[in-house]
Design a protein around this ligand. Structure first.
Ligand code: ADP
Ligand code: MG
Length: 344
């Protein structure tokens, strides 16, 4: 195949890009900023995300797959084109691109994204299922007739899957993930403390003192927001217990989903999982105590993969390096005509 192989983890929160022969070359928020008057693109990635919540009305910041659904295809295309241009601007042959999308994205949206990848500069494109990529990136051997369970907790969705012989046996995708924790923290502030905070502040609080269990040694931080009643700037202290109580319901929903996948897992695979344990990937796996909580709720030992934020991209990289794996998983790079089913 002519052209270099590139892997893209197109997550709801971050775009992570793997280039064959180089490794992971980029990890940036899935965001773009536009001039609201003339629609001109002003920034992509980190620069655009840093404007979020602080942008004047003349600037529109778009997070095109915030809720696990592609809500803005044109922003998605701009983001892909911008990153691809940076990576392969002076390449002679167009790259082959293997893309991983959140499982919540519908089949029609998936096809559209493939089409966008081609129009953004790919020669051929192909999709890979997220749980497969996550498991490979976590270092799991997936081609054996042995059940493994991977729980990828991203921003907009959590994907729970049981894999065996390189395929998904049982899976479930829910929208309770990182963003849902942030939203629960925002609701807590509004309801209990009469303060409105932005989603970036909520995310920072979650990362600093968020916890999946009630800590014995409480942590506390100062938070700035806006008083909901007076409309004035507000400063207050919040503890790790407050945050745990705020996100407890979402944590329960996540654990219920893991349990329900285990319940519908065939017994032989279940027995394998009891032995090999549950592997957590995605940024949500970094919430303190997430592994311990899932272990408690399922009775199955649970561990966090190394570099959980990069697992999917590393997994795509492994597939790209190994052409046998590519064909074993039934992955085929397709040209624009093959994707669209017609010639322009
Ligand atoms: P996606 O695949 O949807 O792009 P990621 O796997 O990149 O998502 O994970 C992003 C999510 O992980 C965000 O909701 C972010 O807040 C969360 N996250 C990242 N680091 C941490 C952390 N240290 N503690 C808790 N949550 C985290
Ligand atoms: Mg992801």
């Amino acid at each position: 195949m002519l052209g270099i192989n590139i892997g893209i983890d197109l997550g709801t929160t971050a775009v992570v890009i793997f280039v064959q022969g180089k490794g992971i070359v980029l990890s940036e928020p899935t965001a773009a900023a536009y001039n609201s008057k003339n629609g001109k693109m002003l920034a992509v990635g980190k620069k655009a995300y840093n404007m979020l919540g602080k942008n004047p009305s003349s600037i529109r910041v778009v997070l095109p797959i915030r809720e696990g659904v592609v809500s803005d295809f044109s922003a998605m295309q701009n983001i892909l084109r911008y990153h691809l241009q940076k990576i392969c601007g002076n390449m002679v042959f167009k790259p082959n691109i293997l893309i991983c999308l959140p499982s919540t994205v519908t089949n029609l949206e998936k096809r559209t994204i493939l089409d966008l990848a081609i129009s953004a500069g790919a020669g051929k494109a192909c999709l890979i299922e997220e749980p497969l990529a996550a498991a490979l990136g976590a270092g799991v051997e997936i081609n054996r007739p042995k059940g493994v369970m991977v729980v990828d907790i991203g921003g907009g969705s959590a994907d729970i899957a049981v894999l065996t012989m390189g395929s998904i046996s049982v899976s479930k995708s829910i929208k309770t993930a990182g963003n849902a924790f942030d939203a629960a923290i925002m609701r807590y502030f509004r309801r209990e403390r009469d303060v409105i905070i932005g989603d970036r502040t909520a995310e920072k609080i979650k990362m600093k003192i968020g916890c999946a269990y009630l800590r014995h040694a409480e942590l506390a931080i100062q938070v700035k927001g806006k008083n909901y009643i007076t409309g004035m700037p507000a400063k207050l202290e919040v503890s790790s217990t407050d945050i745990y109580l705020a996100i407890r319901e979402q944590l329960e929903l996540l654990c219920d989903a893991v349990r329900s996948v285990l319940e519908s897992t065939p017994p032989e695979l279940s027995a394998d999982i009891a032995e090999s344990g549950i592997i957590l990937t995605g940024g949500g796996a970094l919430l303190r105590g997430m592994d311990e909580l899932i272990k408690q709720k399922t009775g199955v030992k649970t561990s966090v993969a190394e570099e959980p934020l990069l697992c999917v991209a590393k997994g795509i990289g492994k597939v790209l390096k190994n052409s046998d794996m590519l064909s074993q998983s039934g992955l085929m790079f397709k040209t624009a005509e093959e994707i669209r089913g017609y010639k322009d």
